[in-house]
Each structure stands twice: as structure tokens, then as C-alpha cells.
Design a protein around this ligand. Structure first.
Ligand code: TPP
Ligand code: MG
Length: 591
């Protein structure tokens, strides 16, 4: 048995069924072993970074280990962004990398990089294997640490080691023997600490909850606690699918991409309960001293990180909330009624914003029309860009749906590989990816070829890639205007107009192109009833600002009109942007 054959056996012992990988001579020994074995499904993307994003998506949408593979040198460096995505969103991912022969290591050989060093920052564990007997503990530790620490781990295998005869570690000095297997513990706080938390929560009258990705899988417990406390619940972007948006106390997302009710909730509460969230923008949380706070997180490094909490509970979201529930007193409903009122207004505001006419199509409406028509078990992914705003606000997630994006890293280029990862993980579910044209051109377009390559494998054919063609790196154009007060800089912001829907047709997918808002509803219906993956290309208006949540509809409307009128006058843009920024800042001060 070659060392590479042992490697594949051990991956199977760990339950690995699929690898997203790209070949190269540095890893051909392992690829040969995968070929001989035939028991692991090898999925080939167009680029190693995409393999890593697919592995992250696999982890996000299944809860299991995601696995990617690349050759050494450039294949390994291509993986790095995807592995950072795993690290920042706390996903267990194993990366398998090739390497030049151990006999030339340190010799500036072709494609020879010091990968231990290159991956040192991103990986929870990285180790190059220099002897066959070393492999068992390296692979076991890598997977165990990826799972236990919820992050990426990397195994680097030199070419010659892959081909050597496997030698099991001996029961002798200078060897170590290991085995596969890991069971995730259920972590719960001590009872006395739960009581302290309950005391804080019981003392308050206006409770706000903030939930994140750590609350996915704890929906029932979050709902029970929120009901008992009469609390409103705001969601960090990665926790969007943790609770459906049709509950009357769910205020939607929070932060720059968030909703006004979430802002009101945080500004008006006297007590805050944070569950499984590392939501970064602490300026959206209550002022110092305005709220007494409790936090629950399975990752102790995230406790009291954004807001000083009186009680910091290290524990799993679902189990900890279950234990807390009987200790909580039922509260009155006044605060809850207030929250419900904000939400009624907010949904109307959003509807009005989405239906505001635009040139040609208002991107908010693209997502609100989608939201109405999604299958109950759909999986939604979004790229980074202005569509992440519409994903956060205008997509009303339903119970049973799953949704994610590159959250912590906010990398462009993740939506289509995430969608492909989702489709492999759940081939019986419809998947929708929301993507900007810049992100499409960066790499998502090439991954359409991967979709075409594998679409026959998926029994549920529906995979819609919705492209927002605005010929602009729009999210950043607005950041430049509003945050820096600079006018649009064509040299850095223009994106060439490309007919994505035609490209889709060229490679065997369906393509739909629309530039009339009246066609949106029927276009979504057509895309969601197609017999193959579809690129739904929508010509959208780059002058619809991803407004921060505080701004009123009237202000938003005025702002958009003035932008539309004066789009060529840099000073007007600059002044208007400043005015909006000032209005928002002033309101925050007044709050
Ligand atoms: C890899 C990477 N490069 C740059 C950025 C910065 N960035 C964030 S959004 C964005 C613009 C995205 O443009 P597009 O995909 O066309 O979407 P739009 O905002 O126009 O809807 C940029 C450049 C990033 N997040 N990731
Ligand atoms: Mg764009």
C-alpha cells in the first residue's frame, strides 16, 4: 500500500465522501489513490480558491467537514482566500496540498514554497509530512482540530512521500500512534452562572436579543426565550437563516446592511442577550451602560467582545437557552407591541423603497420579487457587493430555508461556488445565488462552467444565478461617495458590460435577460420552473443607494432623486452624500 492509498483510506474512516480539488503534479500521488479507490467523489472547479469556497459551503450547509485539495506552489496559494473564509466564519475545512519532493525541500525548486509558513496564520493546524509513518497522526490531528476548533487545517504531502510504501508507526521510541474519531461535546454553563444570567434578564423590561450563526440550529430555543421575555430579536448577517422573518418580533438584520427596527431595538432596550454572534459593528449595539447584557457563545474568545456583558456564558446556544428558559419570568407585552409596530412600518418602507422606479430596474425589487416566490426549502447565497444589502433586507427568510455568504471575510467571488457546494450537499433543493457583475467577472462566471459540468447529477434542477448588471463596483462606489465624500472614480469603478445570460446559453445553461421591472415577476417564475440552471441577468440601476437603516423613506426618496438628476455633477454627489451622512450621524447623536 502506498502512503497516498493509506491517506485515502483514512479520509474515508473519517467519513469524507467528497473532495473539491484541482490536480497538479505535486498532488498526483493522492489523485491516483483517489482514482484507485473510487469511494470519494472528486469535484473539479475552475480554480483552487473556488474549491476552498465550495468546501466552506459544504461545511456551512451540512455541519460536517469540508475538504479541498490542490497541488503545491500556485495551487496551494490559490486556496488561501477560501481558507480565510473558513477561518473567519468558523467552519471546519481540511485542505490537502501537494509539495515538491522532500529531497529538494529548501532548495528553491520549482513550485516549492514553504507551505507550513504560508498557511501558518490561516490554519488551526498545518503540517508537512516527511515520512509515511508520520501520516496517521498528522491527518487525524488535522481533521480533529478542524472540527473541534471550527477552522481550516492543512496537510502538506511531498510528491515522493505520496508514492512511498506506507509504514505504520511502530510501538517504539520515535513513533506515535493515533486513531480517527471526534465527538463534539455539548458545552453548558454552570447552574449558578445560568441563575446570574436569568437574574439580569428577569430584571429588565425591554429585552433585545442579537443572534448570529451560532444560533442556527437553535431556532426553537431562541423563539421560546424571546416569547417569554417579550423580546425583539435582531440578526447578524450570518445568522439570517437562524430565525424566519415572518415572526412578529424578528427585526431582521442589524448594522449598515440592517433594518431600522433592529436599530430601534438596540437603541431602546434596557437588557441585551447576545447568542452566538461576533457581529463586528459595535456602534449598532446599545450605548455603554444603557443595557445590562448577557452573552452566550460556544467560542469563549467571542464573549464580551463587542459590548461589555455582565454575565458571559460559555456554552452551546440551544442547550444553554434550554436550561435558561425555566429560570426566566414571563414579561408583559408593551415592549413587544412597540416592536411589532416598528416592523409593520418597516415592511411598508421596504416595499416602498423596492417599488421606487429606477433606471432601468431597482435592485431591491429584484430580491423582494424573488423572496415572494422561493420554494420553502431553498438555499440562498449572496456575493459581497450591493446585493448583500438587498439579501440582508429584502429577502424575507422562511422557516426551512438556508442562506449564507462570505461573512467575516466578505470576499467577492463566493456566491456561485457556495451555490455549487450547496447543490452537492443538497441535490434535492433549489439554490439561488445573488451576484454582482464585478463578482461575476472576477470568478463566478468561470464557475458557471462547473455548473454546466455537473448539472446532470442534480435531481432537483433549479439553480438560479441572479446577476445584477449595473456596470459598476457599486457597493464601493457608494462607500467612496458616502464615507470618503469622493465622486465616482470611473477608472476604478467601471465594469464592462457583458451579456451573462448569453454566456450561460453558450455553455448549455438557460439565460434570461431583463431590463423592464414589469418582467421581474415572470422572469423569476420562469427561472424557478426551468429544467436546468439559469442565469437571470437583470439590468439594475447603480444609483439606488444601499442606504443605512436610519434614513427615512422621505429622505431616501429625495436622496435618490437628486442622485439620479445630478449623477454627472461630482460636487452634487459629494454634497448630497455628505448631507445624508450628516443626517444619519445627527440622528444617531440625537438618539
Ligand atoms: C476579493 C475582494 N476584492 C474587493 C472587495 C471590495 N469590494 C466589496 S464589494 C465590491 C464591489 C462589488 O461589485 P459588484 O460585484 O459589481 O456588485 P455591486 O456592488 O455592483 O452590486 C468590492 C470591490 C472585496 N470585498 N473582495
Ligand atoms: Mg456591479
Amino acid at each position: 500500500m502506498k502512503t497516498a492509498d493509506f491517506f485515502v483510506d483514512r479520509l474515508k474512516a473519517w467519513g469524507v465522501k467528497r473532495i473539491f480539488g484541482y490536480s497538479g503534479d505535486g498532488i498526483n500521488g493522492v489523485i491516483g489513490a483517489l482514482q484507485r479507490d473510487g469511494g470519494i467523489d472528486f469535484i473539479q472547479p475552475r480554480h483552487e480558491e473556488m474549491a476552498a469556497f465550495m468546501a466552506v459551503a459544504h461545511a456551512k450547509f451540512t455541519g460536517d467537514l469540508g475538504v479541498c485539495l490542490a497541488t503545491g506552489g500556485p495551487g496551494a496559494t490559490h486556496l488561501i482566500t477560501g481558507l480565510y473564509d473558513a477561518k473567519l466564519d468558523h467552519m471546519p475545512v481540511l485542505a490537502i496540498c501537494g509539495q515538491a519532493e522532500s529531497t529538494v525541500r529548501g532548495g528553491s525548486y520549482q513550485q516549492e514554497l514553504n507551505l507550513d509558513r504560508a498557511f501558518a496564520d490561516v490554519a488551526e493546524y498545518v503540517q508537512e509530512v516527511s515520512h509515511p509513518a508520520q501520516l496517521p497522526h498528522v491527518i487525524d490531528r488535522a481533521i480533529r482540530m478542524a472540527l473541534a476548533r471550527r477552522g481550516p487545517a492543512v496537510v502538506v504531502l511531498p510528491k515522493d512521500v505520496q508514492e512511498q510504501a506506507f509504514e505504520a508507526p511502530k510501538r517504539a521510541h520515535g513513533f506515535t500512534r493515533s486513531g480517527p474519531g471526534y465527538s463534539r461535546p455539548v458545552i453548558v454553563p454552570a447552574e449558578a452562572d445560568l441563575r446570574k444570567a436569568a437574574d439580569v434578564l428577569n430584571a429588565g423590561e425591554k429585552v433585545a436579543m442579537l443572534i448570529g450563526a451560532g444560533a442556527i440550529g437553535a431556532s426553537e430555543e431562541v423563539i421560546s426565550v424571546a416569547e417569554k421575555l417579550g423580546a425583539g430579536v435582531a440578526k447578524a448577517l450570518l445568522g439570517k437563516s437562524a430565525l424566519p422573518d415572518d415572526l412578529p418580533f424578528v427585526t431582521g438584520c442589524i448594522g449598515l446592511l440592517g433594518t431600522k427596527p433592529s436599530s430601534n431595538l438596540m437603541n431602546g432596550c434596557d437588557t441585551l442577550l447576545i447568542v452566538g454572534s461576533g457581529f463586528p459593528w459595535s456602534e449598532f449595539l446599545p450605548k455603554d451602560g444603557a443595557a445590562r447584557a448577557v452573552q452566550i457563545d460556544v467560542e469563549p474568545a467571542m464573549l464580551s467582545l463587542r459590548y461589555p456583558c455582565e454575565v458571559n456564558l460559555h456554552g452551546d446556544a440551544a442547550e444553554t437557552l434550554r436550561l435558561l428558559l425555566p429560570m426566566l419570568n414571563e414579561k408583559g407585552r408593551e415592549w413587544r407591541r412597540e416592536i411589532e409596530g416598528w416592523l409593520r412600518d418597516w415592511w411598508q418602507t421596504l416595499e416602498a423603497r423596492a417599488m421606487t422606479s429606477a433606471h432601468p430596474i431597482n435592485p431591491q425589487r429584484v430580491v423582494s420579487e424573488m423572496s415572494l416566490r422561493l420554494p420553502d426549502n431553498a438555499i440562498i447565497t449572496s456575493d459581497s457587493g450591493s446585493c448583500a444589502n438587498w439579501y440582508a433586507r429584502d429577502y424575507r427568510v422562511k422557516r426551512g430555508q438556508m442562506a449564507s455568504l462570505s461573512g467575516g471575510l466578505a470576499s467577492m467571488g463566493a456566491a456561485v461556488p457556495y451555490a455549487i457546494g450547496a447543490k452537492f450537499a443538497h441535490p434535492d433543493r433549489a439554490v439561488i445565488a445573488l451576484v454582482g457583475d464585478g463578482a461575476m467577472q472576477m470568478n463566478n462566471m468561470a464557475e458557471l462552467i462547473t455548473v454546466a459540468k455537473y448539472m446532470d447529477r442534480w435531481p432537483e434542477k433549479r439553480l438560479v444565478i441572479c446577476v445584477f448588471n449595473n456596470e459598476d463596483l457599486n457597493e464601493v462606489t457608494w462607500e467612496q461617495r458616502v464615507m470618503n465624500g469622493n465622486p465616482r472614480f470611473d477608472a476604478s469603478q467601471d465594469i464592462p458590460d457583458v451579456r451573462y445570460s448569453k454566456f450561460a446559453e453558450l455553455i448549455g445553461l438557460s439565460g434570461i435577460y431583463i431590463d423592464n421591472p414589469d418582467d421581474l415577476g415572470s422572469a423569476w417564475e420562469q427561472a424557478l420552473s426551468a429544467d436546468r440552471p439559469v442565469v437571470l441577468e437583470v439590468k439594475t440601476d447603480p444609483e439606488i443607494a444601499p442606504l443605512p437603516p436610519h434614513i427615512s423613506f422621505k429622505e431616501a426618496k429625495n436622496f435618490m432623486f437628486s442622485m439620479a438628476k445630478d449623477a454627472d455633477a461630482a460636487h452634487v454627489i459629494r454634497d448630497t452624500a455628505r448631507q445624508v451622512a450628516n443626517a444619519v450621524l445627527h440622528r444617531e447623536k440625537a438618539d
